[in-house]
Design a protein around this ligand. Sequence first.
Ligand SMILES: Nc1nc2c(ncn2[C@@H]2O[C@H](COP(=O)(O)OP(=O)(O)O)[C@@H](O)[C@H]2O)c(=O)[nH]1
Ligand SMILES: [Mg+2]
Length: 492
Amino acid sequence: MPHVSADSQAHLLEDYSPYNEKDSYYPTRHQRTASSRRRMFATCASLAAVAVTALLFTSFWTSQSPDESVVVDIRPSEDATNLTASSPPLVPAKLDPLDPLASLKGDPTSRFQDNLLPELKYITSWISAGWTNDVMTYGNLIYLALITDRIPVLAMFTPSHIGGGEAPIAFGDVFDVPRLRQLIGKPVLEWREVKDSSSDVVDDLGCWNIWEVVQDNEKFPRRSSVPDRLKIDVSYTKAPASVKLYRGFEHDSHATFWNLATLAFPETRKANLVTPLPSPLHQVSLPPDEQMLCYDYLYYVCAHEPYEWDKDYSPAWRYVGQHMRWTKPLEDLAEMYVRETLAVPPGEVTPPWITIHVRHGDFAGWCGETPLLDCFAPISVIAKRVEEVKAALLVKKGVAVKHVIMTSDERDPSWWSQVDAQRWYKVDHSKTKETFGPWYPVLIDAVIQSNGLGFVGTDRSTMTIMAHRRVESWHDGVSVDVKWGNPHADDH
Ligand SMILES: Nc1nc2c(ncn2[C@@H]2O[C@H](COP(=O)(O)OP(=O)(O)O)[C@@H](O)[C@H]2O)c(=O)[nH]1
Ligand SMILES: [Mg+2]
């Protein structure tokens, strides 16, 4: 491992995620003021509108939603209570969540502000880590949008682990945004729908700086290439210390959803306005924007405890993440790869499979003095877990799974020959990058992992966490994670 300074090492470790620090440290629309008559009229009219909307939604979902099993009604209860005069601004019930143009003035504009509807409120944030961390970060952004009644605006995925010089890929080229809108029943926008991707105009925007408050190593807002890519010049306002989950605790960097959500509303926002940092390009100082609410970085956000995506109760997973389904072209491509991998003859149904995800690569940086052979789980330990998952699937689903597919970032040919010796299948990615582009080896592997009936992952990998959740939620399958770090780490 190259020599790195303590600070840069901390940054490097953070990207290993989700546990960048020692986990043992953890203790365990507009406001109306009207006469009571007008208020009563408004309430009745609203109730009628809600009833009609509810009916429309019900019939829509019954007739069109292909996966009711995962539909959870997370819309705020639109009862008389929150439709009274003192309600904070809501995404209006009459707004068609499925039509992106209903949430905008029209086609993408050169200045993003020119496309925002004055009566609506939006929320955005940037990413800056490994791809799966970034998937979670966008999931957190959408969840924060749900609890603040704002429309999330999502940027692209940036090529952090696949070569910094590669082109980004749009969120909507990976995840099925129309289906996401349908499943959460709310508008979701992509930046490419808001601002013309070829625009040369640099927009100014005031954002909250969370990063500098939740961690001690970097005395600046979280760095991300996204604002530059979107041509946005950001002026940051340091958030109040109260956003941090464990105030004063240097070994954790989490804020909570609701601490951040308070800043979305006028009273707490106003009470916490401090002098903003001038933007790097135009040197403008702007308070956090009220219409396009913006936070620098939302990876380290939780409702209850750090690294929640790893928990079954995770609200960001339950209300958002599980509804982030792959685009149909990506599903089809991965299915084609699975059929080739398992040599399924044309016309035959693809058999169920178990995917293994072995994460090595930069995880070596966590091994310290422990030799890698003792640190990473050996194939024998992984094989034991595969047998356990097979047995559990037989009991739970009555299915005897015969096919096991290995996915990994490991490049050592001798390690892969051990995989061959187990008669596990491996995906041939020798032509994937040149045929489909640099994003596709990891995208295809992630889809394959998510669509198995069983999953054996690597503890502490966000890619594993997502596959684990997806297999359980989408397929009612069985997932386990292999522990590592010393020869007895996975003893059980
Ligand atoms: N193709 C492929 N790439 C992988 C696999 N595991 C890890 N990687 C690469 O390593 C990166 C790991 O970063 P991230 O997605 O944040 O997951 P994490 O670091 O494991 O938490 C991925 O984005 C991929 O680029 C795998 O099984 N297949
Ligand atoms: Mg990562």
